[in-house]
Write a protein that binds this ligand. Sequence first.
Ligand SMILES: [Zn+2]
Length: 148
Amino acid sequence: MDSPPWDALRCGGCEQVFARKRGALPRCSRCGRSGEDGITIVGNAQNPHELQAVIAMANVPQELRLEFAEKLPRRTVDPDFEFAEKSPLHAINALRESADDEGQIERDALQKAITRNRISASPEQIAEWAEAEGLLLREGEGCWRLLE
Ligand SMILES: [Zn+2]
């Protein structure tokens, strides 16, 4: 997979975070400083729209960041949402949370963990993905074992 074509860069002069298309010379949108000197990459994105959100977040002071994240519009979720590709950690968290001491996972427990982790997928979708990844073994209807 190609790396995302847009970077969010922090200016070494004034700390402003600004956009740069991959391959272009960085130029700070606040102080006009250009070139790679002192610049740090703080994020990247697939498109300008996504990048805007990254930059907005980066330019918000740390303590406001959480509050701000709450206000960003939620991504619209389509039925074929590739939850695992976008948030494999959330999916794995949900599996771990729902497993009992012996690694046994019941559908109901998985459903609750999915809701807690705000994953937009059914227990079956998560389980199917995890089985394909070799993380999970199906033991019966609505019953799996976590392999770790
Ligand atoms: Zn600057």
